[in-house]
Each structure stands twice: as C-alpha cells, then as structure tokens.
Design a protein around this ligand. Structure first.
Ligand code: SF4
Length: 441
C-alpha cells in the first residue's frame, strides 16, 4: 500500500458516507496487494513474520505515517477500526505462525489445545472489532479457525503418529529380549529332572532290549566268575568261544587249581594276556577250594578278595549268579552314563555310587545289562549310531555320532544289525542268532 492511498482516505469529507465507503473499499483493495515501500520490511506483517510495529495498517504494507497533517474527520473511526482490525489480523496470523513451536511441543508433551484456542480467539476478536471490513475480516476470521482446525488435527494426529512410533518400538524391544535370552546360558538340568530322564531312559531301553542278559556263557557261579575274569581286554564272544574247552577240562575249582599252568595258558590263549589270566583263574580256584569249600561266596567283600576279582567282576557274579542286585560299570556303562549326563565321574566306583542313588536296587542288574547292550549295539565308543537311536530325544549327546538314519542303520551290531550275538548258548528269548564256535569263527 502506498502512502498516497492512505492520505486519500484521510481527506474524505464528513457527511459523505457512500464516498467514504467507496474509498474504504478501494483502500482495502490496495491493501490486499502487498506493495513494499521504503522503510518497510517486506516480511513485516506477513504471516509468520515479525509484527509491523502497528505502523502498517495492512499486513505486509509499508510503515506509512498516519497522515499527520490530515484533519480529524467523522470517518476517522472507520479508518481506526480498519487499522485496528488489520492489526488484530496481523496478531492473529502471528498467533497462527507461532503455533509451529507449540505444535511441535504438543507432539512431545501435551495436546496443542491452548495454542489452538489462542489461534481461534484472535481472529474471532478481530472480526468482532472490525465491522467496517465484514467481508475480508470475516473471511479471514473464518479461514483462520479452519487453518487452526487443521493445525489442531495435525497436533492431535502427531501424537498419534508418535504413539504409533512408540508402538512400533515396542516389538523392537521385544525382539531384543529374546536375543538377550539367547545369550543367557541354558538353564542347567536340575537333579530331579536328570533322575526322571535317567529312569525314562531305563524304561525305554527295557522296551528296546527286553531280552537283555549277561553276554557270557556260564552254567554256574564258578564258570561265570572265571569267564568274567577272562573277559578283561577282550570280547565276550572270544571268551565264550574259549571257555567251553577250559570248563570241559577243569569243571571245578579244585580241578582248575590243580591244573598244569601251561595247559591252561594254551586253552585261554585266544583271550589275550593268557599268562596273567592263567595265574588269576588258578589263584582264585585255589582260594575257593581253600577258603570257601570249593564254592563261590555270595558276598561282595569276599569276592573282591579273590585274585583278579574287582568290584565289576563281583557285581556281575552277584547279580547274575546269585540274584543280588549289582551295577556293572564296565567300559560301555561308564561311557554311556557320561554321555547321558548322569555323572561326569571317570572312576568306576564313583560312577557306581552315583547310579545307585538314581535307581532302586531292583533295577541295578537289568539296568546294567540294558546299558551295556545299548553300548555294544548302537552307542559305540567311536561312532555312535545316533540316527538310529531310540533314546535320542532323551540324550544330551545326540549328534556325537552319525545322525543320518540310513548311515546310522549300517553301524548297528549284533541282532540290531541282523548279525549273530556273542553267546554260543543265548537265552531262549534272544531274537538274534547264537555266536559261532571258535573253529567256525
Ligand atoms: S543319541 Fe547317540 S550318543 Fe546318545 S545314546 Fe543314542 S547313540 Fe548314544
């Protein structure tokens, strides 16, 4: 707006309201077209810009003097009202412009309700106080609340977005939680859980090997005692193939005790370590003859005093010849209970003590047979057939051996692999074939 137009309004004579109104309209039209003038900031009064110090009657107009030399005339109130309305508009726009910060703040902290209310009130007041400009002022007054309404919507919507973001962040936190959990070491199995699992393994093995039995051929406690001593460092099959000739020649402790050592050595030669083993079996035969009347004692403490007899041999004899429960911790038994995490002990005596705590006495002997059966047929020392193992779901060592079912199947031994067993005279319920005699083997 130019200074000229302003002075023209100020020169309108009193008593000519129509002309004044025309002038007022032309002044308004001019005001609607921003025309920066000297000394005025182009951004002054513009929405969002600094206030125009109240000098420009129209937002965006130059800082024009209020025609100081013009006489006071009756249309002055109209002009003043127009100026005041324009100032209010400027203030209203400023209020709107200044909403930006509160809006942002509202997103984070509180709803933008106060800012929105302020924005609504400012134009509304301007409209009330500027009746001379009903059209534009009213339009702006209406338009501003519309903008404010949008702003309010945005202000309301933004927290919603923020809320969505917060919601989206929640799964991220959840996603972190399992990762942290994964880093935690697996919860160690409680003793109670281990005992339950161990007993379940025993039950499963009972179904897999219902025919489990000692794999040494024997007809009495003496034969079982001698055969067990001979089984050290060799297979039960080799012992079973050897003992028929030995017991045929020396069927009692007295006869064996009185035998020619060299003849005994030749008979048991296939079992290996035959000289040492000859001394052991001839020594225990003499002890049975001299100390126990030619009978095998049925007590552990007596058996372990015999030459070449340890706890393992004593338990085998007690369990299978006397019906006294015993745990046989041989190489297979020790290896498997460690794989099953029943114990980490290597010492057979300690292993026996641990296992004795897990199972009732009534299970000791058959548990030993089932475990040894499993070690010989499926859970081998070097290459266990995990892929064909019926207790794999209960075994912490699953995967230590071959897991491919077809490959694992080829690793099975004895009756599980379709081959003969170790005994030449197996029990009637044995599903496999009897072992061949020594000459045939
Ligand atoms: S799963 Fe493997 S290691 Fe475990 S008992 Fe079976 S064969 Fe042995």
């Amino acid at each position: 707006m130019s200074a000229g137009s302003d002075s023209a309004v100020g020169e309108q004579p009193a008593g000519k309201p129509k002309k004044a109104a025309k002038e007022s309209k032309s002044a308004n039209r001019a005001a609607s077209a921003p025309e920066p003038g000297p000394g005025a900031s182009t951004g002054s009064g513009a929405p969002g810009g600094p206030a125009g110090q109240g000098e420009s009657s129209v937002p965006g107009g130059p800082a024009a003097p209020d025609a100081p030399d013009a006489p006071a005339k009756p249309d002055a109130p109209v002009k003043a009202a127009r100026k005041q309305a324009a100032r209010k508009q400027a203030v209203g726009k400023q209020a709107v412009g200044k909403q930006a910060a509160p809006r942002k703040a509202a997103v984070k902290e509180a709803p933008a309700e106060p800012a929105a209310k302020a924005a609504r009130k400012a134009p509304a007041k301007a409209a009330e106080k500027a009746p001379a400009e009903p059209a534009k002022a009213a339009k702006k007054a209406v338009a501003e609340p519309a903008k404010t309404a949008k702003a309010t919507k945005k202000a309301v919507a933004k927290p919603t977005k923020a809320a969505k973001t917060a919601e989206a962040a929640k799964p991220a936190k959840k996603a972190v939680a399992p990762a942290r959990a994964a880093l935690k070491p697996a919860k160690p199995e409680s003793h109670v859980a281990m005992v339950r699992r161990a007993r379940r393994i025993n039950r499963e093995l009972a179904e897999v090997y219902p025919y489990a039995h000692p794999e040494l051929d024997f007809r009495n406690p003496f034969e079982l005692l001698v055969a067990t001593v001979l089984s050290a460092q060799t297979t039960d099959l080799r012992v079973n193939q050897t003992t028929p000739a030995l017991f045929a020649a020396y069927p009692t402790p007295e006869e064996l005790a009185a035998a020619d050592p060299e003849a005994v050595e030749q008979l048991i030669r296939p079992t290996g370590f035959f000289r040492a083993k000859t001394k052991s079996i001839m020594g225990l035969a003499a002890a049975l003859r001299d100390e126990f009347g030619g009978n095998v004692p049925g007590r552990l403490e007596d058996l372990v005093k015999l030459p070449g007899v340890g706890r393992k041999t004593a338990n085998v004899v007690l369990g299978n010849a006397f019906g006294v429960p015993g745990i046989t911790v041989d190489t297979h038994f020790g290896r498997l209970v460690r794989r099953w995490k029943w114990t980490d002990e290597e010492d057979p005596v300690k292993v026996e003590a641990v296992v004795a705590e897990i199972f009732p006495k009534s299970e000791w002997t058959m548990l030993s047979h089932r475990t040894i059966f499993h070690g010989r047929r499926i859970c081998h020392a070097r290459r266990p057939a995990c892929g064909a193992c019926p207790i794999a779901p209960l075994c912490p060592a699953y995967g230590e051996g071959e897991t491919d079912p077809e490959k694992a199947k080829k690793l099975l031994k004895y009756e599980k692999g379709g081959f003969p067993g170790q005994r030449l005279s197996p029990p009637p319920d044995y599903p496999g074939l009897p072992a061949p005699p020594l000459e045939a083997g």
